[in-house]
Design a binder for this molecule. Structure first.
Ligand SMILES: [Zn+2]
Length: 458
């Protein structure tokens, strides 16, 4: 079967947006939004539509739809919008168009963009300053995801939409895969640590599952080369995606606090928020440009007490999931949130391939990626590289650090950062020589500015 035919059979996912005419408010009251929701619900079946996510705002709607053909989307939208227009005109005693022309639609091409799109849709009312948190908004599918009930629940999605089928075999994914972390290296380190041989693993599904769990726990499931991984483990790529997918979905609504591990939907509980608030600094320092290549340093904590312990856990004891809590905490601060929104590119301080192999993840990348997803800012991981593995900076004094770090970073694809406002991310700031050396390299690409965000300042 040709690829195009297969694609049509398996369906596609569309992000659909429909706006009120002249950007007018077309859902003035909760009752109006309810009406629209009920119309959607009513016609999904008839038009062969699976609604993955939605948000009904005051003057527009966002829908994420899985369907076989774009025609079905057109028919569905025509019906729902048409019925709503009649209702609206009657209720408010008006005539004429309610919606602005044809709806806009965009095909979603990868699982990653699917998650980003769901998040984007749910964040709409937060960005419009209607509510503080996604869950406070009544007319979006966020609650369905969180409680796993309703037409847009994860349960529905898993049962009715075969995402593997939709996104499987897409060429660009293979292209993307080539740039990912080498699965063999990660696997070898794991086998060595657990003292098992490749043969033992190959013959035991449970060992394989343990290994996959370990990958997810360390947050590298998205970055590992899955083509390679499926070959190594002898698991079909379809099944591998399916297995790794389960937790990716729950990551949309994380359910434990990363710090105290109590049950919590935000990944950070009230008690721990208060605890962090007591010690948080939210410091902003302007740098002396005679000595530094970046303009501003933003730090959240001082590197001491239990913060120090948390960061060490995060860095060395494989508790990589704490980063979710940290990022949630950072974004709760209004001032910092506004500042972070002003950048257009986020770049994590890279670690060397060797270190990545040992640790299995780059702690700065985990923070950077999460921030980029929440803030909808471009994450750039293909311009700054660490080409040498050096002595750990923490073992050296200030002068030695400066020497040690020189010429270990390399800039590639420099055109992509030209004129950009860059936020460089690291976990701990001590003498600043690491981020300064990174900034020095980034400067070559002529960005508009470079600022640095770290979790803690020593
Ligand atoms: Zn907690």
């Amino acid at each position: 079967m040709s690829r195009i035919v297969r694609k049509m059979l398996q369906g596609q996912v569309f992000h659909v947006m429909s706006q009120g005419i002249n950007r007018e408010y077309i859902f003035e009251q909760s009752k109006d939004k309810e009406k629209y929701f009920n119309l959607m619900k009513k016609y999904t079946k008839e038009f062969n539509i699976h609604l993955i996510a939605y948000c009904i705002m005051h003057n527009h709607v966002h829908l994420l739809i899985k369907t076989e053909k774009i025609d079905y989307v057109s028919n569905f939208m025509r019906m729902v919008n048409g019925k709503y227009a009649i209702f609206y005109n009657q209720k408010y005693n008006r005539v004429g168009f309610v919606f602005r022309g044809r709806f806009k639609s965009k095909v979603i091409l990868s699982e990653k963009s699917l998650y980003q799109c769901i998040k984007y849709i749910h964040m709409n009312p937060v960005k419009a300053n209607i509510v503080k948190k996604e869950e406070e908004y009544e007319f979006s599918s966020y609650k369905d995801f969180q409680k796993n009930i309703g037409i847009c629940s994860i349960k529905e999605l898993e049962e009715k939409v075969d995402l593997d089928q939709i996104f499987f075999n897409q060429d660009f994914e293979l292209e993307e895969d080539r740039r990912k972390i080498c699965a063999k290296e990660i696997l070898n380190v794991y086998l060595e640590k657990k003292k098992i041989t490749m043969e033992q693993m190959k013959g035991d599904l449970n060992i394989k599952k343990e290994f996959l769990k370990d990958i997810k726990r360390r947050g590298i499931d998205k970055d590992i080369n899955k083509v390679q991984l499926s070959q190594l483990l002898g698991i079909a790529r379809c099944s591998l995606y399916k297995y790794l997918k389960k937790e990716t979905f729950s990551a949309l609504a994380p359910n434990v606090c990363g710090i105290c591990e109590c049950i919590n939907k935000d990944g950070l509980c009230k008690k721990c928020t208060n605890k962090l608030n007591e010690v948080a600094e939210f410091g902003i320092e302007d740098m002396d440009l005679k000595d530094y290549y970046f303009e501003r340093l933003i730090y959240i904590f001082n590197y001491e007490g239990f913060i120090r312990k948390l960061i060490l856990d995060y860095k060395f004891n494989e508790k990589s999931y704490i980063y979710v809590s940290f990022v949630n905490f950072i974004l709760k601060n209004k001032k910092i949130f506004q500042i972070l929104k002003s950048y257009d590119t986020i770049i994590p301080v890279p670690i060397s391939k060797k270190r990545m192999k040992e640790r299995g993840y780059n702690q700065s990348l985990l923070i950077a990626r999460n921030l980029s997803e929440y803030l909808n800012i471009n994450l750039c991981t293909n311009c700054l590289y660490k080409t040498k593995n050096i002595i750990e900076q923490s073992k050296l004094n200030k002068e030695q650090r400066k020497q040690n770090i020189q010429n270990v970073y390399q800039l590639k694809n420099k055109q992509i950062i030209k004129g950009k406002k860059i936020l460089l991310i690291d976990d701990i700031y001590t003498t600043g020589s690491t981020v300064n050396e990174c900034s020095k390299m980034l400067k070559i690409g002529q960005p508009e500015k470079i600022d640095v965000l770290v979790l803690a300042k020593d």
